[in-house]
Design a protein around this ligand. Structure first.
Ligand SMILES: O=C(O)CCC(=O)N[C@@H](CCC(=O)O)C(=O)O
Ligand code: ZN
Length: 343
């Protein structure tokens, strides 16, 4: 049984990696009264003894090769279990795809981050489909097993395949007309993220699931570039780690006063899906996220279809010619300003 090791080291990541697909649930209480509940492999919930008002989900390893967010959560979990970090709020940590961590890949059989919000359809053709349904249930239970009206947030922590003109950026799930929140931009800025993409359509991502289904403040947060374990410059994630730590160990977190000039906002202009085996970009793998293109410049070739920039300065995000057919090969964005739809 893993409990003794977990209680003494707090190393839930190693226990998760040693149990790629399932782990017997268990629970125990820390000396400071915090209840620790292991729900499944990679899924651990903390409930402090004090009165709490907020419920946080911090997920990482939804793509297993994105190691910096995993290292951030690993340190937070170890600090909580060893008593170095005392909680004031409920928090659920999720390592999304343990086997993909162990093989150092984005996914094993299917991109987990395209299986949420029901896209898994309860299929069990591969472990990622099973995991997506289970993670949805764990998040649902976490948010709905306590009294209604509490504050909810889900920050799904990633790193990007390519470099980026804006090293850190966040994807703000489509809110279906509800206003964007300045307070959430202030949170992101505190994490070192000043660039935000405002999505304009529903998605099958983990952050969109929590936003849509539970009205949680949620983002996919791109904290840097994909690197193997041990090659991350963890100093560049200090602000993120400190802000996440403050969120769960304080009743309230004070942020710098909101100033629209602190942010670079973009709205998603369009999503380009790969529909043909022969799909390519005219630009090299070294082309970074947020590279802008002149109107009329070639952006991609999908079979016999050439796709051109429609707007001067249309910029590329997440270019990936190797995605499965029918999946997103490119997002393009155009700059936007804070407007009346920010509250
Ligand atoms: O760098 C890339 O190509 C992808 C990085 C990554 O995993 N990004 C997320 C974004 C999810 C979202 O749109 O909210 C993903 O592609 O799943
Ligand atoms: Zn990712």
């Amino acid at each position: 049984m893993y409990l003794d090791t977990l209680k003494s080291t707090g190393d839930f990541l190693t226990i998760t990696r040693d149990n790629e697909f399932e782990l017997a649930p268990s629970q125990f209480t820390l000396d400071n009264g915090t209840e620790v509940k292991v729900i499944d492999t990679g899924v651990i919930q903390f409930t402090p003894a004090c009165e709490t008002q907020k419920d946080f989900v911090f997920s990482s390893a939804v793509h297993g090769n994105e190691t910096a967010p995993i290292e951030i959560c690993d340190e937070l979990i170890q600090h909580i279990i060893t008593g170095k970090l005392e909680l004031k709020q409920r928090v659920l940590f999720i390592y999304g795809n343990p086997k993909s961590i162990n093989i150092g890949q984005r996914f094993v059989d299917e991109n987990l981050n395209r299986l949420f919000n029901g896209a898994h359809e309860n299929k069990t053709d591969n472990p990622e489909q099973v995991r997506a349904a289970n993670l949805e249930n764990y998040v649902r239970e976490f948010f709905t097993s306590v009294e209604a009206g509490r504050y909810r947030a889900h920050y799904d922590l990633h790193t990007a395949i390519r470099g980026s003109k804006n090293e850190k950026f966040a994807v703000y799930p489509f809110l279906h007309g509800k206003p964007w929140k300045k307070s959430q931009l202030q949170f992101l800025l505190s994490c070192g993220v000043n660039t935000v993409l405002m999505m304009r359509a529903a998605a099958t991502t983990f952050s969109y699931f929590s936003s849509k289904q539970f009205d949680a403040d949620a983002f996919t947060v791109e904290l840097g570039q994909v690197k193997p374990f041990g090659e991350n410059n963890m100093a560049s994630f200090e602000a993120t780690k400190n802000t996440l730590s403050a969120l769960i160990s304080q009743k309230e977190v004070e942020y710098k006063e909101f100033d629209a000039k602190d942010f670079e906002l973009f709205t998603v202009h369009r999503t380009i899906n790969r529909t043909c085996e022969a799909f390519s970009f005219p630009f090299p793998d070294s082309a970074v996220n947020f590279t802008g293109f002149a109107k009329g410049e070639l952006l991609a070739t999908d079979g016999d279809t050439e796709i051109f920039a429609e707007v001067e300065g249309e910029a590329i995000i997440f270019p990936n010619a190797k995605v499965a057919l029918g999946q997103r090969a490119l997002l393009t964005v155009i700059p936007m300003e804070v407007n009346e739809n920010f509250v």
